[in-house]
Design a protein around this ligand. Sequence first.
Ligand code: NDP
Length: 246
Amino acid sequence: NEKLAGKVALVTGGSRGIGAATALRLAAEGADVALTYVNSAGLAEEIAERIKAGGTRALPIRADSAQPDEVEAAVEATVAEFGRIDIVVNNAGVFTTGALDDLDVEDFDKAFAVNVRAPFVTVRTAARHLEQGGRVINIGSNVGERVPFPGFSIYSATKAALIGMTKALARELGQRGITVNMVSPGPTDTDANPAGGPMAAVLTGHTALGRFGQPEDVAAAVAYLASDDAGNLAGATINVDGGFNI
Ligand code: NDP
């Protein structure tokens, strides 16, 4: 399967979880992949080695999404290394939750910096290089649309903001033949939300399928949106949530 042969992708937060699965999937479809991380240098290097073993190029980049200059530099490093950029996956995110009294303004600012401002800066920078057929895929969340539990004042606000930004960017870039869409995961087994965690039974109870998703489930939807097959989707959201939000 070489649907993405010759394409260059940048995946933010590609060292673990959904981002790592996405980096590996895009590479398996033929793309060269740059992946950012903030702390997990070793894990990012491991993902890069697995990509290279599969026959495409890989570039791990340390770039803190909370720092706009580092985000911008990561995009430019991708273009410098691979000569182009075709696919941007805004995946890095912080899962900031808690009761109102346990959350402060610093939590709010950090979450918006990573989950909302960084995707804006990434796309603004990448848009200078993206060509016809370019793809932007934002990773949202099921709780960006519906919020069935307390504790999500900040996190849900960031993901709802990303829905609006996805639509606005789809308008902004659509005339250039660049699509912007979103994949919104439901409960997905990662370090941020382990299938064995304290909330697991409650979360799976809300799904139609009665189970946690795997990072690979989300990666498959990203790969579809990145492909030529998805050329007529703009500003759309694919919910990969086991039916959590139906
Ligand atoms: P993980 O916590 O498992 O992984 C997070 C990834 O993002 C890591 O690669 C991490 O890098 C990176 N990252 C975190 N903060 C920064 C930062 N400041 N700068 C750069 N990279 C950063 O998360 P998930 O895989 O679970 O989540 C990925 C996305 O999916 C997020 O946007 C999340 O909101 C969304 N999502 C997840 C759901 C779930 O159930 N898991 C449900 C709905 C949405 P490092 O390893 O260096 O820390």
